[in-house]
Design a protein around this ligand. Sequence first.
Ligand SMILES: Cc1ncc(COP(=O)(O)O)c(C=O)c1O
Length: 397
Amino acid sequence: MTKSTPESRKNMRPRTKLVYAGREPQEQFGFVNTPVYRGSTVLFPNVAALEARGSARFRYGTYGNPTTEALEKAWTEIAGAEDTVLAPSGLAAITLALFTALSAGDHVLVTDSAYDPTRYFCDGVLRRMGVETTYYDPLVGAGIEALFRPNTRAVLVEAPGSQSFEMQDIPAIAAVAHARGDACVIMDNTWATPLFFPPHERGVDLAVEAGTKYLSGHSDLLLGMVSANAQWAKPLRKTFHHFSMCAGPEDVFLALRGLRSMELRLREAERQGLALARWLEGRREVLRVLHPALADCPGHAIWKRDFLGSTGLFSVILKPAGKTQVAAMLDGLELFGLGYSWGGFESLVIPFDCRNYRTATTWAPEGPALRFSVGLEDIEDLKEDLDKGFARLRGAI
Ligand SMILES: Cc1ncc(COP(=O)(O)O)c(C=O)c1O
């Protein structure tokens, strides 16, 4: 049995915490991992226990079971949070965080670089519920103060933007939000994860993670987490119970498996991502690489100050080229898949155009934009695949 406890691990490194957090082998007959608990009904030993179910550790499947509890506890520890709830997808986790913080008549500030389905939720459901959204320039920093209204109750930040890679001064934005009526700072922290951006230490109240990406690491599950600081833990759990938007135990089990190796995989994603980004910087077909860990990228200073690492997702702007040339480049790739999720073991690429949804800023790159998610393949094979792709782009083959 392990003697390690959250208390004894407090000053240990994240890598050690990832190995032990959320595991209770003594509760599982000595087996190392918590298995998949499936179930709706929880039986109580007598009427008194049934009536006192509100304070029971487990009371009904939607409220949680030992599998989901293991990941909630582990993520709370990794994120430096007070509590964590799980949702069936990253987007579901974002909506849960927004519903925790907002009521009819409120106003919310959302970064113009937000994951676009977040915007569609704000413009659709939140608007119908009487919540008004203002999109802000991700580079606004402390200047966000000018956008606050008496009824601004939340700010949603995301750094870097998951396609355009702008960085945000989150501590500065959080300081303004907390000074202005204690508005809730919600962050989509999917790119960095708590390992590379400890959200609550930097002023975030509710931190969202799409576990679908780096926690899974294998493109085989959908999951979201919302972690909360002490102030927002109770409202978050209450909202979670109201919506009953709970994650499936099989997906949570796979996520727990991913958790144990997450630091290793992230470090490798960082190494592979930087290697490919630097190679792309040197290509004549590429105008710019958008990767905050590269010294000449706008936002690099913020990344260096606030982040502890970078991951394998970044974008490039190509020199001007037609749509058919870009399609020829991408369609012929052997290793890079064309697909929208990311953070898995396999490399992906997508063309994107933020003009379709930006409202507070202008997205006007000089050429076509591509987003890469770099996987675990040998980097030389990836370069060779892209090298042939660039030849197709140039019309050379
Ligand atoms: C930045 C970001 N946040 C959230 C999500 C949503 O995750 P999910 O696919 O689990 O809903 C995505 C998905 O692509 C994403 O890129």
